[in-house]
Design a protein around this ligand. Structure first.
Ligand SMILES: Cc1ncc(COP(=O)(O)O)c(C=O)c1O
Length: 477
């Protein structure tokens, strides 16, 4: 390896990235390019001959960088992939250089200590006591999977991990759950049909009566409750279930309570909206994604568990080649017997660096700004005759829709999809569409450091113009 070349290429890359981050707001947010062109660009055999890092970087500038989605653009308000904060970007670079394998103490002693500290910080934010533990994961999907596996093992007295799930069981969650809960229900052997997806009230929170009824119906058929999954910030709207009530019900039913705060966990840092996640500390396990609303670069999810011992009960298998023979073996924390993963990326570094550099108050300020932006759009939509907003946002996810009174449901669905696609093409904004309670909505979710109230005004103006035009084209006016 030529380290002079590495040094030079590294300086070049950091200079490039500094300019990129400064100028990203002026770029078209989403590349207007046919997917075929991109597949053709990368249609290349395994390279046989070496190239200088300089030449490889030139290739990136030609093939990769012009065709990225610029999630740091202030108009990015789509699926929950926030602005990666610059301290976190440097953290990930360093993590790759050190290549500590956090799964095993002896391949990253200080990294293990840092990871434990970051997990402790997250547990402190939740309000968990000293017995709590956790793992950083690839994201909310994996964290929810681990949460449901912990639930399955605990509720079945640790029999299911040996014998498979015996007897009839069900898990309960609102229809507003993230799809990761369905995938987890499948992965732990419960089966997606045994996930009861229950209706919500007018604030999109789990309807407690519907839950009680489902439990009763299941009991009559000898189906036992494995787990209740509370949503502490739904993907569509940031709605928070009644966590205290769900905890009471889980206690009564002697089943696990898992809370999905993958997105909503950010609200733990909010100064202006404290207490929104009251009762989160009562859940047996909690998913929080620092790579969502703590503005850490991908990937950094987390599963936190109130009783650390449940991790070892679920994952404590130890092979001969992994046995620690040292005198300090009782002090060396081994993630591989306290979590699902074996080789494990050093994810905590970027989260630790983000907190060290910005502090939780600054990150909380970004979060409060995003909440204010979502509420501003809610007000704009509410004050307009042509739009409605699903409900006042509890967090930064807001769903608004064009009423298009002259159009039927199918036409309205098409209108929303077409308008979102046109706006994507223009490159100033990016957001998603969704379905809730049988209606199509624009799902707009600022999780971005650079978005402002003015960005929301401009977005609403754009929506108004495009929706009216689309309605006229459909013959609705
Ligand atoms: C509430 C919720 N849970 C879980 C997930 C899955 O997280 P990830 O995409 O990090 O796997 C998401 C993703 O948006 C989410 O909003």
């Amino acid at each position: 390896m030529n380290y002079d070349e590495f040094r030079e290429a590294g300086h070049y890359l950091i200079d490039y990235l500094s300019s990129y981050l400064e100028e990203v707001k002026d770029k078209p947010l989403f590349p207007d390019v046919e997917p075929r062109l991109l597949y053709d660009l990368f249609d290349e055999p395994v390279p046989s001959h070496p190239q200088s890092l300089h030449d490889v970087q030139k290739l990136l500038e030609e093939k990769l960088l012009p065709y990225c989605t610029h999630v740091s653009h202030p108009g990015y308000m789509g699926l929950i992939t926030p602005t990666p904060n610059p301290a976190g970007i440097l953290g990930d670079l360093l993590a790759s250089a050190l290549n500590q394998n956090v799964g095993v103490y002896s391949i990253g002693p200080s990294a293990v200590a840092m990871e434990l500290r970051v997990i402790r910080w997250l547990n402190d934010l939740i309000g968990y006591g000293e017995n709590a533990g956790g793992n950083l994961t690839s994201g909310g999907m994996t964290a929810n999977f681990i949460g449901l596996k912990l639930a399955r093992d605990c509720t079945t007295n640790d029999t299911a991990q040996h014998e498979g799930l015996q007897g009839k069981w069900a898990a309960y969650v609102s229809e507003e759950r993230h799809v990761s809960v369905d995938k987890a229900a499948d992965a732990i052997g419960l089966g997606r049909k045994n996930l009861r997806t229950l209706p919500t009230n007018d604030k999109y929170q789990l309807d407690i009566e519907a839950l009680e009824k489902a439990l009763e119906l299941d009991k009559a058929k000898d189906i036992r409750p494995l787990c209740i999954i509370a949503l502490a910030g739904t993907t569509n709207l940031g709605a928070v279930d009644d966590l205290e009530k769900l905890h009471q019900i889980a206690m009564r039913e002697k089943c696990w309570l898992h809370a999905d705060a993958a997105y909503g966990g950010g609200m733990l840092l909010s100064k202006q909206n404290p207490g929104l996640l009251k009762g989160l500390e009562l859940a047996d396990s909690v998913t929080i994604d620092p790579h969502k609303w703590f503005y850490a670069p991908l990937d950094a999810g987390a599963i936190l568990v109130k009783n650390h011992d449940r991790l070892r009960a679920s994952f404590g298998m130890q092979h001969a080649y992994l046995t620690d023979q040292s005198e300090q073996k009782n002090e060396r924390y081994q993630f591989f017997v306290n979590g699902f993963e074996q080789s494990k990326r050093f994810r905590s570094l970027k989260v630790w660096m983000s907190f060290q550099h910005y502090g939780k108050d600054q990150i909380g300020q970004w979060i409060d700004n995003n909440v204010a932006q979502a509420r501003h759009l809610h007000t704009l939509a509410g004050n307009s005759e042509d739009f409605e907003s699903a409900t006042e946002p509890m967090m930064s996810a807001v769903c608004v829709r064009y009423k298009g009174n002259g159009l039927n449901d199918e036409q309205l669905a098409n209108l929303h999809h077409e308008v979102a696609a046109q706006i994507e093409k223009e490159g100033n904004f990016w957001f998603a569409t969704t379905m809730m309670k049988g209606k199509t909505w624009f799902r707009i979710n600022p999780v971005n450091i650079y978005t402002t109230i003015e960005t929301m005004d401009a977005l609403f103006q754009t929506l108004q113009g495009h929706c009216k035009e689309a309605e006229e084209e459909m013959g609705g006016r």
